[in-house]
Design a binder for this molecule. Structure first.
Ligand code: COA
Ligand code: AMP
Length: 632
């Protein structure tokens, strides 16, 4: 470990109070916090509890006050519609402040929840920032989720208002949001009072009653409203993420710690300064989009890019290089799957050679493990450092990374580098003892977690404590397994729960199983993630049928696939289901999903000692071969 990094890291762990007090001086506070960390009620820690501030002020107003009003804050580039636009900090503030007025005009105030279900358009960013401006709590729902998922988020958050758009665009199809929203509102027990809908040009939809207002009508006579002074421990947002059951977990973010930590990461992890242009090619519906399309770059005062397109097909595998060269982007953050998609289409980098990328300095990958092949391919093409770093919705910023703004570490392919300052990462074994170097175990973080992480779950303190903070007392359980090597590098190998990562999207196999079990012909089922060259993992469903079923296997499979698409959403990419006679189980009735996955991925597996009937594994193996999932 290099000395400069080591010193900073050690300080952050030995004296977190002092470390974060110093960092907190870099943001705008109405009232500076005098208490830095309250540890009196573990595992509920409070950072900066008597400070007051505002998210939107730190993202926009502060930069205008500092003379950067005419600087570009947001670049919108939409190869899917052919539109491009730029917003300076002043433009963006004006639009945000007017939409904040519109929200207030519809009765939204401090602490009220606002669901944002929108495509990747500037108005989505404006809606998020407008919530921050007036102290409302936003909950952005990814557009690829179905009505059911939207409904469960409306119910859990008890949102006062829903903000949406007439449609989104996916290659080859238009995603009509209004019917999805209508259906979600029908399913949800809680009914938001109003719907504000942004009409996309040429794709306007009918609004049906006085509670449905178009975005333009909502801002018609708007004045700019000022930022509201908020307590550091008030919540900025809720972001729902997959849990081990079908009920999503509402990860909450408190305001003060979020601003302090995220602003710090821009320089220290990503080496981004205020004059730089930064691009995170994700979606605002995911944590990467929250933190690195919207908040961190705007807190830093640099320029951020909002890209409505795909790495391939909009129009081609050169679009990332076009965007980087057109806006002189210094660093890009995306998921490895995006690079696998580009590599598949353009393995020799023919598109790449058409553009001048002399501005480009580094590529950051996260969301899933960056496989060494893809990482090396990107490195040889780009000739810049390619950095795999590890984090989660729960933390909102990287737990382990190469901190390029502090001191560059050497790359070890397959590792997510070293713990970032603030995170005391350990590997613990099931007997709770600490693993030796290179020994596998559960990856945990010693409490307290640094600022910007999740102080609790929305309305679910007990679930927070039980799920994350109980198995290893005094530690946060990440549900990732792996090891730390002799040089302190972290290696993330797999999840220890039923979460799978499909094209960098976090999905619960339990949630898919819940949907499949509802099919009238299905007696029981198992969903697991099998290795996929493009998406990292793909869900497959194994269905055991009830006796006397009249439908054909083909009909059942077709209906099951459609049910998952309708109830979880297209993002689940659930396209493979097979019918099996029986599922392998332990003697106590637990389905051996892990063993099936190993068979499907051709990994070595041990016959589970508690297996009820070992012959079923051979049957399953044969089913996988017959269905061409497993090659002989
Ligand atoms: N709204 C509605 N539908 C959406 C959507 C959205 N915002 N995003 C994705 N979908 C749909 C897609 O259209 C697709 O539907 P289909 O079954 O009708 O084709 C389905 O969800 C699966 O989408 P995706 O997993 O994105 O697969 P893809 O085949 O369309 O594209 C990649 C593959 C690799 C190009 C794509 O996954 C990608 O760009 N990934 C980047 C990674 C990323 O952004 N990760 C986020 C976390 S960092
Ligand atoms: P999400 O909450 O959607 O960001 O997903 C978080 C999960 O994605 C983590 O718990 C990991 O399982 C996985 N993940 C994210 N980044 C990495 C990485 N760099 N290497 C390995 N797994 C990762």
């Amino acid at each position: 470990m290099n000395l400069k990094f080591k010193e900073i890291y050690d300080n952050s762990i030995k004296n977190p109070n002092k470390f974060w007090e110093d960092v907190s001086k870099d943001i705008f506070w109405y009232k500076k916090p005098s208490k830095i960390l309250n540890q009196s009620n573990p595992p509920f820690y409070k950072w900066f509890e008597d400070g007051t501030t505002n998210t939107c002020y730190n993202a926009l107003d502060i930069h205008i006050q500092n003379g950067l009003g005419d600087k570009t804050a947001l670049i919108y580039d939409s190869p899917i519609t052919g539109k491009k636009s730029k917003f300076t900090f002043s433009n963006l503030k004006e639009k945000v402040a007017k939409f904040a007025w519109a929200l207030q005009n519809q009765g939204v105030g401090k602490g009220d929840r606002v669901i944002i279900y929108m495509p990747m358009i500037p108005e989505a960013v404006m809606a998020m920032l407008a919530c921050g401006r007036i102290g409302a709590i936003h909950s952005v729902v990814f557009g690829g989720f179905a009505a059911n998922e939207l409904a469960s988020r409306i119910d859990d958050s008890k949102a006062k208002i829903l903000v949406t758009a007439s449609c989104g665009f996916e290659p080859g199809r238009t995603v009509e949001y209004k019917p999805l929203v209508d259906k979600a509102l029908e399913i949800a027990k809680h009914k938001p009072e109003k719907l504000i809908l942004y009409q996309r040009e040429g794709h306007e939809v009918d609004l049906n009653n006085k509670n449905e207002i178009s975005w333009n009508d909502a801002i018609k006579s708007a004045q700019e409203v000022d930022c509201v002074e908020m307590n550091a421990n008030d919540f900025a947002y809720i972001l729902y993420t997959s849990g081990t059951t079908g009920i999503p977990k509402g990860i909450v973010r408190d305001i003060g710690g979020h601003i302090v930590a995220l602003k710090w990461t821009m320089k220290n992890i990503y080496n981004i300064n205020q004059d730089d242009v930064w691009w995170s090619a994700s979606d605002i519906g995911w944590i990467v989009g929250h933190s690195y399309i919207v908040y961190a770059p705007l807190f830093k005062g640099c320029t951020t890019v909002l890209f409505e397109g795909k790495p391939v097909g909009t129009p081609d595998a050169g679009v990332f290089w076009r965007v980087i060269s057109e806006y002189k982007i210094k660093s890009l953050f995306t998921a490895p799957t995006a690079f696998r998609a580009i590599k598949k289409e353009d393995p020799e980098g023919k598109f790449f050679s058409k553009y001048d990328l002399s501005c480009f300095e580094s590529l950051f990958l996260a969301g899933e493990r960056a496989d060494p092949d893809t990482l090396k391919w990107a490195e040889s093409l780009l000739k810049v450092p390619v950095i795999d770093h590890w984090w989660q919705t729960e933390t909102s910023w990287a737990i382990s990374s190469n901190c390029t703004g502090i001191e560059m570490q050497k790359t070890k392919y397959g590792s997510a580098c070293m713990p970032v300052p603030g995170y005391d990462v350990k590997v613990l074994k099931s007997d709770k003892s600490e693993a030796k170097a290179n020994e596998m175990g559960d990856i945990v973080v010693k409490l307290p977690l640094p600022p910007g992480t999740f102080p609790t779950l929305w309305n679910a303190d007990e679930r927070y404590k039980k799920t994350y903070m109980s198995n290893y007392e005094g530690y946060y359980q990440t549900y990732d397994a792996g090891h730390i090597d002799e040089d302190g590098y972290v290696w993330i190998m797999s999840r220890t729960d039923d979460i799978i990562n499909v094209a960098g999207h976090r999905l619960s196999t339990g949630a898919i199983e819940e949907v499949l079990s509802e099919h009238k012909s299905v007696a029981e089922c198992a969903v697991l993630g099998i290795a996929d060259k493009l998406k990292g993992q793909l869900p497959i469903g194994l269905l055991a049928l009830k006796s006397g079923v009249k439908q054909t296997n083909e009909e059942i499979i077709k209906e099951c696939i459609q049910m998952v698409r309708n109830k979880v959403g297209p993002v689940a990419a659930f396209k493979i289901a097979i019918i099996v006679k029986r599922l392998p189980k332990t003697r106590s009735g637990k389905i051996l999903r892990g063993t099936i996955r190993k068979i499907a991925d051709k990994e070595v597996y041990k016959m589970p000692a508690t297996i009820d009937d070992p012959a079923i594994l051979d049957e399953i193996r044969q089913d996988l071969i017959n269905n061409k999932i497993l090659k002989r």
